[in-house]
Design a binder for this molecule. Structure first.
Ligand SMILES: [Zn+2]
Length: 391
């Protein structure tokens, strides 16, 4: 549509100028901010783009706050470890409508309030674009995993066109689909947690369609693995088992996931009321060894180190505190370092040296822990510079 001012009297003309500039100004402001950030990116944004070769768009006030870029880095490293993918760009949309570009504004009015992000699928000229709403950190992390699972699904579909049918085969009952395909029907539905689990879903939103089911299922496998143990290993839920197998086979989730759930449960059983069950703990040590080298190594080394510390306190133990220290150091060297486990390895090392009354070394680990949030790739170099031998 073309707007013409011809024939308008002076006041209405001014009014129309005002209206047009009001509508255009957020887009102009967005463009100005985009130009500014591409010319003078913050150190974090620059490092992110260099590391992943993916442009990052969004207001400085929305992205460079609450360690948003650090969170994005964590999720991308984790997802890329299991299966690589590529994106045209990542856009962080402001929750302030006046700070969005035109597409973001349109999306604001069209989207359902339950959505926190969306993926614009690829075409002949472009790769997928992730558009993330600015939200609370936990929700933000889940949303990024969820959207990357969509991107990976598009890749899988290009390799295996039958994949959709294979996934959907696990969401039927008496020959009928369990997907609702309609957001307003979904919003009105009443379903218990038990029913959801029986139907093979990890959330209510999963019931919308197979793509959302897959993204929810796989994102939760990364962040909430405990949702899977009981359906798979206590209730023998075939839908869960089949979906996990399919997702593992296509590396939509780590290929060691189902095995990891068993090892994770062994660890849980190794401690009852803060007391160690030595038989279970030894079983955990034996089984977890098979998963070293996987995405779970950093976490498992931390737990193995804890168990070795406990053993070292008992008489005639096969483990010493030195063994525990070695184990925690190996945790710091894991190829993939998840933030909570890497931090726990640092804390445990600090604790071990306090126990050995080597307060100087303990303090260095304490400083490394404080330094870590500023360096999302770990603080191994920081430790080496202070004379700590990790290897
Ligand atoms: Zn989705």
């Amino acid at each position: 549509m073309r707007v013409t001012f011809k024939g308008l009297k002076s006041r209405p003309r001014l009014f129309y100028y005002g209206l047009v500039s009001l509508l255009l100004s957020p887009t102009c402001a967005y463009t100005a901010d985009k130009i500014y950030n591409s010319s003078f990116p913050s150190r974090e944004r620059k490092e992110f783009v260099e590391q992943f070769k993916i442009p990052l768009e969004g207001y400085r006030s929305d992205i460079e706050k609450e360690n948003r870029i650090g969170l994005l880095t964590q999720v991308l490293l984790r997802e890329k470890f299991t299966r690589d993918f590529d994106l045209e760009k990542i856009v962080v949309l402001s929750d302030n409508i006046l700070k969005r570009d035109f597409g973001g504004q349109r999306y604001y009015f069209n989207s359902s309030s339950t959505e926190a992000a969306h993926t614009i699928p690829r075409d002949e000229k472009h790769k997928d674009i992730l558009r993330l709403e600015e939200s609370k950190p936990d929700f933000f992390i889940l949303a990024v995993h969820h959207e990357i699972k969509h991107t990976k699904t598009f890749d899988v579909l290009e390799e295996d066109p039958n994949f959709e049918a294979k996934w959907k085969a696990n969401a039927t009952e008496n020959g009928k689909t369990l997907y609702l395909e309609d957001i307003s029907v979904l919003k009105a539905i009443k379903i218990t947690q038990k029913e959801l689990e029986q139907q093979g879903f990890v959330s209510v939103y999963s019931k919308l369609n197979w793509m959302e089911d897959l993204a929810e299922f796989c994102a939760n496998a990364e962040l909430n693995p405990d949702k899977f143990y009981s359906p798979m290993y206590e209730h023998n839920n075939q839908r869960f088992i089949n979906k996990v197998n399919l997702a593992q086979e296509k590396r939509l989730i780590p290929q060691e996931f189902s095995q990891y759930l068993l090892v994770r449960n062994l660890y849980r059983q190794s401690f009852v009321n803060e007391k160690m069950n030595p038989a279970r703990a030894r079983e955990f040590l034996a089984e977890s060894e098979k998963l070293l080298g996987s995405i779970y190594e950093c976490e498992l080394r931390e737990r193995r180190g804890m168990i070795m510390t406990f053993f070292s306190q008992t008489q005639d133990s096969e483990f010493t505190l030195e063994d525990a220290i070695k184990e925690h150091k190996k945790g710091l060297l894991a190829d993939y370092k998840d933030v909570p486990s890497y931090t726990l390895n640092l804390i445990s090392l600090q604790g071990c040296y306090v126990f050995l009354r080597d307060y100087k070394t303990a303090e260095i680990y304490g400083e490394a822990k404080k330094e870590y949030p500023r360096n999302s790739n770990g603080v191994n170099d920081f430790l080496k510079e202070r004379g700590i031998k990790i290897k």
